[in-house]
Design a protein around this ligand. Sequence first.
Ligand SMILES: [Zn+2]
Length: 339
Amino acid sequence: MNGTLDQLPFLGHNNILECLHSSLKSERVGHAYVFVGQKDLGKTRLARYFLQCIACEDFSGVHPCQTCRACTALGKGIYADFYLLDRQTDVKTGKIKKNISVEQVKKLQSDLSQRSFYSRYKLILIHNAHTLSDSAANALLKSLEEPHKKTVFILLCQNEGSLPATVLSRCQIVRFHPVPTKLISRFLQEAGRDRKVSDHISKLSGGRAELAIQYYENPQKYEEYKEKVENFLNFLEIPIYKRIESFSFLKKTPSSEIAAEASGYVCIWMSVLRDIMLVRQNSEYHTRNYFMLEKIKKVSHRFTNKKLTELLQSLRAMLGMIDQNINIKLLFEEFLISI
Ligand SMILES: [Zn+2]
C-alpha cells in the first residue's frame, strides 16, 4: 500500500491517538480497552498500531521505530507475546463458528501465565468480541478483573451493547465515529489523487476511511459496488415473484465468504434505502449513491417514510443475524419479498 495512504485510517481519530499516546508517555497504559464502532472505520489498524507502540523497544513518543526486535517481529507476524483471538473455522463444514469458545479463552489464559518472551508487555487483540460465548466472556472476565502485570487487551466490536456489562465495566471504552467525507477527499487529493475520483470515493465510503482505501486501491471493487447499487434499484421495480430467482447470489453454496458477501449486500441496500429517504425529504445533496440519483428519484414514490424505516430496521437486524450464522438464504428471501 502507498505509504501516504497508510495514514488515512488514522484521519479524524486524532483525539483517540493523542489519548493513547499520552497514556504511553505517562506509563499509564490501561490493561484493557474496547474499540467500538462500525466496520471499516480503522479500529483494527489503530489497535495494531497502538500495540506496536507499546511493544516497540525504541518508541519515539510518536511512532514505533519499525527497526527494533519487537517492531520487526510484529511486522512479520511472529511476535511471540502477541495473541490474536477470533472465531475459528469449522474444519468439517468450512463455516466460521458462531462463537469464540471458552476453550480458546482458556488456552489464551494458559499462554498468558507463561513467562513473557520479550520481558515486555503481552498483547492481546480480540476480533468480533461480541461473539464471545457466555462462558468465554465469563472466563475472560477473570483475566480482566485480575490482570497479569504488563498485559494489554484490546477487544474490537461494532456495538458496545453486544458485550456483557461486566466485561465493559473492566475496560476503557474507545469510540470510533465516521470521519467527515470532505476530510477523506482532501487527504486523497493531497496524496496526489484526482479531485473528482477523491470526492466520489470519499462520499461512497460514508466516512469509513478503510473502505475509501479499498475502493481507491481496487477499482474493480468500486465498479462492483456501483453495479450492486444499480441492480438493487432495478430489483425494486420487478414483480415480487421474480425477485428471488433474479438474485443469483442466493444460488451460491453457504460458506464463510458468503456471509461476508451477504453483509456487503445488506450495507449497500441500507445506503440505497437511506438515499431514497433523503430524496423524499428533498435532501438530495446528502445522498451517497448520487451517481444513480435519477433512478433513486424514480423509485422514491413507491415507498412511504414509514415503510423505509421498517425496511432499514429489518436490514439492521439482518446484519446481526448474519453474524450469528443464521440461514442466509431464508433471511434474504424473506426480506426480498417484504420490500
Ligand atoms: Zn520498535
